[in-house]
Ligand binder design. Structure first.
Ligand code: MN
Length: 356
């Protein structure tokens, strides 16, 4: 048995926090979805939250159905907590009957799939403290390999979840050899006591926000002799880059600029830079700021950057130990001593306070 696992497409997501890049972020979700359906596998599992919510624009539902129909094999769609199976939901749209290869899971059910059986049960509520995989246990199925599909929060991620908690032993309990999960956006594999991964989140096909550990993937799963082998396939379109950088020595700013300069253009960049800005490098800060035009979204916070005082500043200090200390700190700071650089700044701040 060989199949592709995807989830959490969240088509219709507003992405309002990305400002002017929101339209590009929304379009990228469809582009990444198209990448998923172009991958070859015997069947495709969409493990919930295909849509942001049940109020998504119906033209977008139609478009999503058309993308899914392009997969060369049967597709099984699980209603998730964002798009639960309810009256008036996206699952009433005619597109799901328009294409013969699209199957929406509408009740706890077994499906004959190439190489075995799929068992799945839809989510019908946004919030629930019940384990959705309990509904899989009693689904009658023929002999042979069984793969299960569900959507929720694996035990241990969030102890007090209202997002459909899923037991660690859900796969074995359901009598399956593998449990394909959706809901969490980063790829996560759960090895059992023997080290075999029988339960995994594929993660979202396209990153949804900054800080996602490992999103923008699909999983190609091969089940041979009851043992799954999992291959991660990157499907993400945009790069979400979050950088927190501290600059101290001369040269640090230039290195930071060079790193930002080679980021892909289809990127959303969040850059926080703090530390010391040497007078000679002030232009580099301007060059960094000017790079905003290269990216879809570029938010730079340089409030933590403090200018290093001009050369000769210490000559204004009272003669003696303090001036000598300042000179020595400057010398060591210029050689890359971070503690000395920090101390020099503190000294400058103190001097400014007392009007030196
Ligand atoms: Mn979800």
């Amino acid at each position: 048995m060989q199949f592709l696992q995807t989830a959490d497409w969240q088509i219709g997501m507003k992405a309002a926090a990305t400002g002017g890049a929101a339209a590009a972020v929304r379009a990228a979700r469809l582009e990444a979805a198209a990448r998923v359906v172009a991958i070859s596998a015997d069947f495709l599992l969409v493990a919930g939250d295909t849509f942001e919510d049940n109020a998504v624009d119906r033209a977008l539902v139609q478009q999503t159905g058309e993308i899914l129909s392009r997969f060369r094999g049967p597709v099984y769609l699980l209603p998730g907590n964002h798009d639960p199976l309810q009256p008036g939901s996206v699952w009433e749209h005619p597109v799901w009957k328009q294409y013969g290869n699209l199957h929406v899971v509408r009740e706890p059910q077994a499906y004959a799939v190439p190489g075995g059986t799929l068992i799945a049960a839809p989510l019908c509520e946004t919030h629930s403290r019940r384990d959705p995989t309990l509904k899989l246990v009693d689904i009658p199925r023929p002999e042979g390999p069984v793969v299960a599909m569900s959507h929720g929060t694996v035990e241990g991620i969030d102890a007090d979840t209202e997002h459909h908690p899923i037991s660690r032993d859900a796969c074995v309990r359901a009598g399956a050899q593998y449990l394909a999960l959706g809901h969490w956006h980063s790829t996560s594999l759960y090895p059992d006591a023997a080290g075999v991964v029988r339960m995994a989140y594929c993660g979202t096909q396209e990153t949804t926000k900054f800080g996602e550990r490992d999103s923008g993937n699909a999983l190609l799963v091969r089940l041979a002799d009851g043992v799954p082998a999992i291959e991660r396939i990157h499907t993400g379109v945009l790069s979400w880059v979050s950088m927190e950088e501290e600059v101290k020595a001369v040269g640090d700013m230039a290195r930071l600029r060079d790193r930002v300069a080679v980021l892909p253009e289809r990127a959303l960049v969040r850059l926080e830079v703090r530390g010391l800005l040497h007078a000679a490098e002030a232009d580099l800060l301007r060059q960094l700021t000017d790079m905003r035009a290269r990216f879809l979204h570029f938010a730079m916070d340089a409030n933590g950057l403090r200018p290093v005082a001009e050369d000769g500043w210490e000559e204004l200090l009272p003669a003696g130990a303090v001036r000598l200390a300042a000179r020595q700190l400057r010398e060591r700071a210029s050689q890359g001593d971070a503690v000395a650089a920090e101390a020099l700044l503190e000294l400058q701040a103190l001097a400014a306070q007392v009007g030196a």
